[in-house]
Every structure is written in structure tokens, then in C-alpha cells.
Design a protein around this ligand. Structure first.
Ligand code: HEC
Ligand code: HEC
Length: 171
């Protein structure tokens, strides 16, 4: 009986131990800079993981409605990979860096001091799928509904429906 319960104990403990080991591996992976392939990061953290960097880049592209090549210069035709991600040849990449710093400042110095909704300014807040936010063109407003006023009312001499109150008498 004793040996059986010990066996059960080990059985339940094993997955726990395995989980801990995986957890420790994960933590090691998170703190180990696995960015050795990224050589030209000036704004993003040097130890950013590959996955985090890729998610950030996809978010940039989605926010501006562009492809990676909007900011990243091309390698020689036929070369693999097609883009030289570390190159700073395209001015859009430096603009993006300025925008990253700007967004960080807006959040740190302004939004965080007033926010009650945990809101944050991101590339998407302004760009919304366009390279130049000003391109946004709201749909034309519907024509104003005719004033609902009974026939005959509001003839000549009648006060306009939204007449402001008369001047307050001064003492
Ligand atoms: C809006 C501009 C923009 C777009 C679009 C964009 N990137 Fe980037 N990318 C940057 C900037 C800026 C950096 C440098 C960040 C820094 O200095 O910290 C960068 C850095 C990188 C790096 C690291 C290069 C190195 O060695 O330093 C990789 C890899 C990368 N981008 C991949 C991509 C991929 C893949 C896409 C498309 C899904 C993409 N980027 C779309 C602006 C952009
Ligand atoms: C507060 C609003 C705002 C935020 C937030 C913002 N941008 Fe911008 N961005 C602009 C405006 C406005 C322009 C156009 C400037 C001009 O007139 O050339 C612009 C232009 C750009 C351009 C140049 C576009 C082109 O093709 O000429 C890039 C690249 C860019 N932003 C990237 C980013 C990225 C990446 C982020 C997030 C890290 C970001 N922006 C966040 C307002 C913003």
C-alpha cells in the first residue's frame, strides 16, 4: 500500500516537475538575448525576442497599411532574403524610429498622467491603415433633417425657435 501511494505521488509529481523545468527553460529563453541576428536596433530593446520583434513589425505594417518594403531597403535582385532589414537606407525607417520615440513620449509624459481607461496611443491610433493620417476622409454628413415645426408657427415676428434668453439684467 505504502509503495503504491508513493508511486501515485511520484506520478502526480512528475508532470509538476516537468512543468517547472519547462518554465525554467522559458524564463532562460526570455532573459537570454536571442536577438543576435538583429544588429541595428536603436529604439527597441536589444534583447527583444524574435517573436516580439516580428509582432511589432507586423503591427507597424498593419497600422500604416504597407508592406515591410515600405521601410526596409531591398537587397540586390534575386538575393535571399529580398530585404536588408538592418539597413537604414530608406528614410521611412528613420521616420518610424522618430514615431516610436514620439509615441512613447506621448504615453509616458501625457496619457499615463490622465488616463482612467488604460488607454495608449499607438501607431494605429493616428495612422489607421494609412501612411499619412490626414488622408482620412470621413463620410459626408447626412443632410440636416427639416425642422419639425407645426404649419403656421414661426411666422414673421415670431421668435426663432432657438432664440437665446434675453440679456440678464445687470444690477
Ligand atoms: C513603418 C516602418 C516599418 C515597417 C512597415 C516594417 N519595419 Fe521592420 N523595422 C523598422 C524600424 C524603425 C526598425 C529598427 C527599430 C530600432 O531601431 O529599434 C526595424 C527593424 C527590423 C528588423 C531588425 C533588423 C536589425 O538587424 O536590426 C527586422 C528583422 C525587421 N524590422 C523586419 C520587418 C518585417 C519582416 C516587416 C514586415 C512584416 C517590417 N520589418 C516592417 C520599421 C519598419
Ligand atoms: C500622434 C499621431 C501619430 C502617431 C501615434 C504615429 N504617427 Fe506616424 N505619422 C503621423 C503623421 C501626421 C505623419 C505624416 C507626416 C508628414 O506630413 O509627412 C506620419 C508619418 C509617418 C511615416 C512616414 C509615412 C510615409 O510613407 O511618408 C511613417 C513611416 C510613420 N509615420 C510611422 C509610424 C509608426 C511606426 C508609428 C508607431 C510607432 C507611428 N507612425 C505613430 C502621425 C503619427
Amino acid at each position: 500500500m505504502v509503495s503504491q501511494s508513493r508511486f501515485l505521488f511520484v506520478l502526480t509529481l512528475l508532470p509538476l516537475l516537468a512543468c517547472t523545468a519547462v518554465q525554467q527553460q522559458k524564463q532562460a529563453a526570455a532573459t537570454r538575448p536571442d536577438n543576435l541576428e538583429f544588429h541595428n536596433l536603436r529604439v527597441l530593446p536589444q534583447n527583444i525576442s524574435k517573436e516580439e520583434l516580428e509582432n511589432t513589425m507586423r503591427f507597424f505594417a498593419r497600422s500604416l497599411g504597407v508592406r515591410c518594403s515600405h521601410c526596409h531597403a531591398a537587397n540586390a535582385p534575386g538575393a535571399k532574403p529580398a530585404l536588408n532589414f538592418a539597413s537604414d537606407a530608406k528614410s521611412e525607417k528613420d521616420t518610424a524610429r522618430a514615431m516610436m520615440r514620439m509615441s512613447e513620449r506621448i504615453n509616458k509624459d501625457y496619457i499615463s498622467k490622465v488616463a482612467t481607461h488604460d488607454g495608449k496611443v499607438t501607431c494605429m491610433t493616428c495612422h489607421r491603415g494609412k501612411t499619412v493620417p490626414n488622408d482620412f476622409d470621413p463620410a459626408p454628413a447626412p443632410p440636416p433633417a427639416p425642422p419639425a415645426r407645426p404649419e403656421g408657427a414661426g411666422g414673421p415676428g415670431a421668435p426663432p425657435p432657438s432664440a437665446p434668453p434675453g440679456p440678464t439684467p445687470q444690477p
